[in-house]
Ligand binder design. Structure first.
Ligand SMILES: Nc1ncnc2c1ncn2[C@@H]1O[C@H](COP(=O)(O)O)[C@@H](OP(=O)(O)O)[C@H]1O
Ligand SMILES: [Mg+2]
Length: 258
């Protein structure tokens, strides 16, 4: 296992690179898929790819670099999966829910995840069987889920599609909170929300770190196709299918009390 304190500090250093771009006259352009990429994404990416191999010498798969060809990547048993700036739309639009995401993936499962939200000054980390933690101003606290009924539900601020709206119609009594980036997983992990359904597209680097945090806190991230935990590096496509993140599996329709 990598040293968690060093990993947290590396994520926070990447966050400082993002914040210094935000304070400056930052550039912005659109990627081929129409989503924005900023100088901040690139600055955080450079910071992480420079630092991660020193913590654990493994391949790095980052949103902000050309993807390693599948015939090579499929042979990876362990690797770093990185989204240097998740929630670029939030960042560009002046909202604070954007994050640095680093996950250690082993045999297709998340072993450890670290999520840092630079504008909030908060970092979360965790992994299944390890526990989960939250840091603010260098103060560390252990966190766990706190399932409530009716569930407090999270949805993307920028991407709320019809399938998600239809799903939400089954929860007329629930409070809906809109939030960008992997912060959604972390809010469930620290007991402030219960469900995050996602039917619209996400990529593997959007979910892995948050999944680690949530699993460490006692929650789950379930693929609606398999009914099991979301897995990684199993296909050439880096797109996730639909999933639900939950404080408890019984909150997911069809898996208990619903
Ligand atoms: N059409 C699309 N295809 C692939 N991923 C998409 C997408 N629309 C949104 N996303 C993913 O959703 C993430 C944002 O999540 P949210 O809407 O919960 O804030 C984006 O992360 P980035 O901001 O890192 O690009 C992006 O990867
Ligand atoms: Mg992302």
């Amino acid at each position: 296992m990598p040293d968690l304190e060093s990993l947290r500090r590396l994520a926070e250093t990447a966050g400082e690179a993002i914040q210094s771009v935000r304070r400056s006259d930052w550039g912005r352009r659109l990627k081929a898929d129409g989503t924005p990429v900023t100088e901040a994404d690139i600055a955080a990416h450079r910071c992480l790819v420079a630092g991660l191999p020193g913590l654990l010498d493994l391949p790095v798969l980052s949103e902000e670099q050309e993807t390693t060809p599948w015939p090579v990547r499929r042979g990876w048993h362990r690797y770093w999966l990185v989204d240097p700036l998740d929630g670029t739309r939030e960042f560009v639009d002046g909202f604070d829910d954007y994050t640095v995401n680093v996950a250690l993936v082993e045999e297709g499962a998340v072993r450890l995840g670290v999520v840092h939200a630079p504008a909030r000054g908060v970092t979360w980390a965790g992994g299944a069987g390890l526990g989960a933690w939250r840091w603010e101003s260098d103060l560390c606290a252990s966190i766990t889920v706190n399932p409530e009924r009716p569930p407090r539900i999270l949805a993307s601020r920028a991407h709320l599609d019809k399938a998600t709206r239809d799903w939400l119609a089954d929860y007329p009594d629930s409070q809906l909170m809109r939030c960008g980036s992997s912060v959604k997983f972390c809010l469930i992990a620290e007991g402030r929300a219960d469900l995050y359904p996602r039917f619209g597209p996400t990529c593997e680097w959007d979910t892995a770190a948050g999944q680690g945090v949530l699993e460490g806190a006692g929650g789950v991230v379930v693929s609606l196709a398999s009914g099991r935990a979301l897995r990684y590096n199993g296909t050439e496509s880096l797109l996730n299918g639909a999933f639900v993140a939950a404080a408890d599996p019984s909150l997911i329709p069809g898996r208990g009390a619903g």
